[in-house]
Design a protein around this ligand. Sequence first.
Ligand code: NAP
Ligand code: G4F
Length: 342
Amino acid sequence: MAKTALITGLTGQDGSYLAERLLELGYEVHGLVRRGSTITTHRVDHLLERVAIHYGDLSDGPSLRRIIETTRPTEVYNLAAQSHVGISFESPLQTCDSGALGTLRLLEAIRDVQDRTGQQIRFYQASSSEMYGKVVETPQSEATPFYPRSPYAVGKVFSYWMTVNYREAYGIHASNGILFNHESPRRGENFVTRKITRAVARIKLGLQTEVRLGNIDAKRDWGYAGDYVEAMHLMLQQPEADDYVVATGKTYAVRDFLEYAFGHVGLDYNDFVVIDPRFFRPTEVDLLLGDSSKARRKLNWQPKVDCQQLAIMMVEADLELAHREKTLLNAGKGFERYRAAA
Ligand code: NAP
Ligand code: G4F
């Protein structure tokens, strides 16, 4: 019998890769999408004939309950959140409404439907390495205590413990994936890796002259999103729910990423990077490095793409995008010249 999955955050980076993966595996896939003033489905447009869209929002408990009641998923992947750490300082309540209370609303909806119908619903929570924050040990594993350093991370710690509590209190098969940073050509443009690769491509093609960044000495354990969604799925296939770190086990500074990305097109990042205090955070996470030996052992999972390969993959995709941008721009200029001459 086909399994049925509900993904919150379908339109995000991870939601799009997870939906692809689950469709490949023969799942019936449903996605929670919130209504915006513009259409936000560009990452999943190629899947829309095969994925059922449900309008709702993590701030709207009744909508979550109704969607779970009608779709009767066997697996729920909770990926929706305001996921930008820097912006969480500007917008802490909205960040925690989705990243903390939203998880609780979803768990309550699952508990209610499971209690009333007897149907078992497995739950995945998108926990984050940001929870380690001001790290108390390196590398960070499932046993490392949390020390969150932003409203985003504090909200994620709440959701982590709610997931553990609903597992222990109500026997729900609920797991936390503690994922370290993962990127891709579909990464949002205001996260540092994508901001860099977009800039590299646009600078190379003469569409931009500089890139303004904050703390480029911060270190992160960067992996590829396509690899990480496999770990999410594997967690829900285990007989017992549990919590797992998902990481590459290597850490790089933003400077290293700059070197890989600019170096790939034969440029020196020092000539184009401007340090702008606007992008510093009130409290920073200096270093993240994950120990994912539990996931490797128990889930038989491992990452396939390293940081330099990731930077190159993202620059190549952004070069294609920038070429299209330039063509459109030139077409626009040609039209203006034609109008001026006419
Ligand atoms: P993303 O690209 O920012 O996607 C976030 C998704 O959440 C989008 O689909 C967004 O919808 C949706 N969303 C936001 N607020 C919502 C709300 N109130 N109700 C319903 N949907 C809402 O994030 P991502 O990189 O795919 O990450 C997925 C999850 O993993 C997030 O929870 C993130 O915090 C967590 N995480 C990410 C990483 C990472 O390195 N990528 C690492 C650890 C954990 P719109 O399209 O309408 O904005
Ligand atoms: O790319 P970032 O914004 O990612 P950050 O803060 O590590 O958070 C991401 O990974 C978390 C997992 O650890 C997720 F939970 C979270 O949802 C998100 O996906 O910043 C990375 C580093 C930071 O130290 C930041 O201060 O890059 C530094 N940075 C320097 N200049 C910048 C910039 N970050 C951004 N976004 N923009 C800059 O201009």
